[in-house]
Design a protein around this ligand. Structure first.
Ligand code: ADP
Length: 450
């Protein structure tokens, strides 16, 4: 600024001197006025250039000014640059913020004062069947027509959430959504959506389980209570009393079996997978399973002789790494089922074998009643029975296959079933090679010496 003042004074001095020298005192005033006018015009031109440049609003377009105006231009340019940088930073931050909301497993939807959609993330769009761009500006009530949601919006109390059926790509899966509105800003609302299908299913399963257990226990309890009442109120002969007590014992055993299976299931669920440190020798285990199966088969005949042909095959020295009690429970459930669901004269083959990948396969094949294909996927569900009365008659709890599948999965293996009505069934368990061990003769000899 000072240099500019000095420059103007210098010009005035030079022109005044020249004017005075050429035309005396009148030349002095003319030259001073002329110089002032020229300086004014120069300033005006530069000011105009700057004003035009500012009006165009293109801070990056080229313009060159010197002196005071040049400095002003530089300062304005620097101001523009800082503004641009801060705008870019804000844009980046907004983008990151939006990406974070997009990545959220929950749906987020912004509604204006009228309830029109201002913005929504992909999850909210997928949950509610909306189009992320096309449905912007649409009223939420026109797009989400579930009556529970309409009531929720109308009542205006958003302290609790509402559960509605969501849209799913797969027809087989029913989606359950939890929606909650949160007011913010000036009469705006934030809608959060959450997929609670798994939780709803778990709740339903828990309710079904409690209902099933109550039902299973109530039936034998009612029968028992009836017999007790009869024994108390009627004068019965000793023979009749014995008959009643036998029937009561059957019901008591049924309840015992049910409680014991329920305890097994809860223990399996509450404990970590069995370690691979225990090698279960299958030979003695299968000998026990075989004698129990023969006894069970014999129980079904009046003569006390087995009514099925049972064959057992097992490779030498095969061991499975895991829990002995659990493996015993899993295989005996399958063998006992084969005995229970195969009519007299039937054939049951029980085989342990190693496959080419080193996995141990356990198979129980029978030529019994068989199972229709529609039942196969649900067979290992708790309390699922194909023939309820047959299961009860033979002392079934409806939990055997659920326990078996749980056990094999805890050992890293898998459960399979093939069956045909009237032709028989084949249940198999596959244990992964990491859980299989073949004890060599030398190792066995060493172990027996020790
Ligand atoms: P349950 O105690 O009723 O036998 P499970 O869980 O062991 O319960 O078996 C579930 C159902 O699967 C049984 O009720 C029966 O209908 C069917 N099932 C199991 N094993 C066989 C088999 N070997 N042959 C025919 N049906 C079977």
């Amino acid at each position: 600024m000072l240099s500019r003042l000095l420059f103007a004074l210098f010009i005035l001095l030079v022109t005044a001197t020249c004017g005075f020298w050429l035309a005396g005192s009148s030349g002095l005033w003319v030259s001073i006025n002329g110089a002032l006018f020229a300086l004014l015009v120069l300033d005006y031109v530069r000011g105009y250039q700057l004003e035009k440049w500012l009006r165009q609003g293109e801070p990056h377009s080229l313009i060159k000014l010197t002196g005071f105006w040049g400095e002003l231009l530089d300062r304005i340019r620097r101001g523009y640059k800082i503004r641009d940088q801060s705008a870019t930073q804000h844009r980046q931050r907004l983008q990151e913020f939006l990406s974070a909301i997009q990545a959220s497993p929950n749906g987020v939807l912004l509604l204006d004062e009228e309830g029109r959609i201002e913005w929504c993330n992909q999850t909210a769009a997928a949950h509610l069947g909306l189009h992320e761009q096309r449905d912007l500006g649409q009223h939420i009530g026109n797009l989400v027509r579930d009556p529970a949601f309409t009531r929720y919006v109308a009542q205006g109390d958003y302290s609790n959430e509402v559960i509605i059926d969501g849209r799913s790509n797969s027809f087989s899966q029913l989606l359950k959504l939890q929606l909650q509105l949160h007011p913010y800003g000036e009469n705006k609302r934030l809608l959060l959506t959450r997929d609670v299908t798994a939780r709803a299913q778990a709740d339903q399963m828990r309710r079904d389980f409690v209902a099933n257990v109550s039902h299973e226990i109530r039936t034998p309890l009612t029968v028992l209570a009836g017999f007790v009442e009869t024994l108390q109120s009627l004068p019965l002969s000793p023979e009749e009393q014995r008959q009643y007590l036998d029937l009561m014992a059957v019901q008591a055993h049924r309840m015992q079996g049910l409680v014991s299976d329920l305890l097994t299931l809860s223990q399996l669920e509450g404990s970590p997978p069995p370690p691979v440190t225990e090698a279960v020798d299958l030979k003695p285990l299968m000998a026990q399973v075989k004698s129990d199966a023969v006894a069970l088969s014999a129980l079904q005949s009046d003569e006390g002789l087995p009514i099925h042909t049972l064959t057992f095959a097992l490779p030498d020295h095969l061991h499975v790494l895991g829990s002995r009690a659990e493996i015993h429970s899993a295989v005996s459930n399958l063998v006992n089922n084969a005995v229970r669901y195969t009519p007299a004269g039937g054939k049951i083959d029980v085989v342990w074998a190693l496959d080419t990948e080193g996995q141990a396969q356990f198979k129980v094949k029978d030529d019994g009643v068989g199972i229709a294909p529609e039942h196969l996927p649900r067979l290992s569900e708790r309390f699922y029975r194909v023939d309820r009365s047959r299961s009860r008659e033979s002392g079934g709890t409806g939990l055997g296959l659920a326990i078996t599948k749980h056990i094999v999965q805890r050992h890293g293996g898998s459960f399979h079933v093939q069956s045909e009505v009237g032709a028989g069934s084949c249940f198999s368990l596959v244990f992964p090679s990491a859980r299989v061990k073949i004890e060599t003769e030398a190792a066995l000899a060493l172990a027996s010496e020790l």
